[in-house]
Design a protein around this ligand. Structure first.
Ligand code: FAD
Length: 430
């Protein structure tokens, strides 16, 4: 029997891994049975229903960075070119050709598609490969002998390996239920309903891609000032030259950098930075400003929301209070969103592998070549946390074809574990 790999979330990563597994099987090569558990529908987070967008905003990366990109498989001895050729059948261009949109896309100058179109692309791939999707919201992850057990409200799925995807909980809010505080999902729900937001002073908590999309939308509403609150020194522009982009599509050499060099590269290109396009389009607008700090708490007072911010200035902890008419809490984007789902047995197993308490830094540092937590069996793949050890492109859309190679190259089930690879030189070969 084939081992089972269960993916939590039918987003870009789940579809990429399922597509490559399907292609491998078509080639007569062993691959795990990929089952995807999804609480909404395939590609939901790229549509208004997922709460992360209204679907109208555009993809930040090029759509050619699709489920097979960069088409440089290293998974099947002497047949990798064939594997890549077969994967191109599920490329962005193949989707456009199949749906009659290719010529128009070229003639328009190959624009980045709106998010809802990207969702449709993911759904098209899922349909083409007949992806197995189980409908359900995974609410708990536990261990059952040598397998994982994923609990939804009405079923338990057993699996030899689990991959967790997705950006977190768009519904999270620092003051749930208060009309002057919106979660990411509430904000996008309003935008999707074409509800006009009118407020004097607006705060957006959080930086990076999530905040960038929200700024892009807020810009059109009747607001006097928008304050972006993040712990970084300022709102940095993302480095987007060939040399910086290549770190995302090609992690060769990443493991040869020191942890400090990797953190530096990620800070310039990834964490909490705005793309040059966003900087040009939005941040020149004098309504937008930045406030450095971490929001400790929020209280409603005198018709406003008062946010208490903590920040470090010259080693001294500073506490400041600021009032806003509307707060948009963008802090729901959290790569560690799944921690509360782990049952005590799952936590114990992971802590055993980590050799210490379950903490974000320890998990990030423990991710091996196969994007799973080292020394933990059954395998737990956490591509969202693999940036530091394996390359900054793995958590996002930058190298989904490499991600699927790494995950499908891992040994699942009771078979003896391959040693964890720590260097790019050791490519898995079947
Ligand atoms: C607004 C926005 C724009 C972005 N733009 C870009 C971009 O242009 N380029 C880029 O590289 N990255 C971008 N990102 C980052 C993006 O999140 C990742 O690149 C990419 O979506 C990750 O794919 P994924 O498969 O991990 O998650 P997703 O594509 O987000 O899919 C996750 C899926 O998991 C499901 N799910 C969540 N929790 C559960 C659960 N408990 N049980 C079952 N199902 C669940 C969701 O419904 C969803 O369908 C953007 C992020 C945001 C928020």
């Amino acid at each position: 029997m084939n081992p089972t790999l269960t993916v939590i979330g039918a987003g870009a990563k789940g579809v990429a891994v399922a597509a490559k597994a399907a292609v491998l099987r078509d080639m007569g090569v062993d691959a795990p049975d990929v089952v995807v558990v999804e609480r909404a529908e395939v590609g939901a987070n790229w549509d208004a229903m997922g709460g992360w967008t209204d679907g109208q905003h555009r993809l930040g990366t090029n759509p050619e960075k699709d489920v097979g990109f960069p088409y440089r498989s290293a998974l099947v001895r002497r047949r990798n070119a064939e594997l890549d050729e077969r994967m191109t059948r599920y490329s962005w261009q193949s989707y456009l050709i199949a749906t009659g949109g290719f010529a128009e896309w070229i003639d328009r100058g190959r624009p980045a598609p709106p998010h809802h179109r990207w969702a449709r692309y993911l759904r098209w791939v899922a349909e083409q490969i007949d992806m197995t999707v189980v409908s359900g919201d995974v609410q708990r992850i536990s261990v059952d002998g040598e397998r994982w057990a994923l609990h939804t409200h009405d079923t338990v799925l057993h699996s030899d390996g689990v991959m967790i995807t997705g950006p977190g909980q768009a519904e999270r809010s620092i003051l749930p239920g208060h009309p002057r505080v919106l979660s990411i999902a509430q904000f996008w729900h309003r935008a999707a309903e074409h509800e006009r937001i009118a407020a004097e002073r607006v705060a957006v908590i959080g930086g990076g891609e999530t905040a960038a999309s929200m700024l892009n939308e807020l810009f059109r509403h009747r607001v006097s000032t928008i304050t972006v609150i993040s712990p970084s020194v300022t709102l940095f522009t993302r480095g987007e030259s060939f040399f910086e982009n290549t770190l995302f599509s090609d992690p060769t050499g990443w493991t040869g950098l020191t942890p400090a060099e990797r953190r530096d590269a990620m800070a310039r290109t990834d964490r909490g930075v705005f793309s040059a396009r966003v900087q040009d389009a939005l941040l020149a607008d004098d309504r937008i400003r930045h406030l450095r700090g971490r929001v400790a708490h929020a209280v409603p007072r005198d018709g406003r929301i008062r946010l208490t911010l903590n920040s470090d200035r010259g080693g001294e902890r500073l506490e400041t209070v600021h009032g806003f008419d509307l707060v948009i809490d963008g802090s729901g984007a959290d790569a560690l969103w799944f921690l509360p789902l782990l049952g005590q047995d799952a936590r114990d197993l992971i802590e055993l592998g980590l050799g210490g308490p379950l903490a974000g830094d320890a998990l990030c540092e423990s991710i091996g070549y196969d994007l799973a937590v080292s020394n933990v069996s059954p395998k737990l793949f956490l591509p969202g946390l693999s940036g530091l050890t394996q390359g900054p492109g793995f958590p996002n859309l930058s190298c989904l074809g490499l991600l699927s190679d790494r995950v499908l190259g891992a040994e699942l089930g009771a078979a003896p574990q391959r040693s964890v690879r720590s260097s790019d030189e050791h490519q898995p070969v079947r």
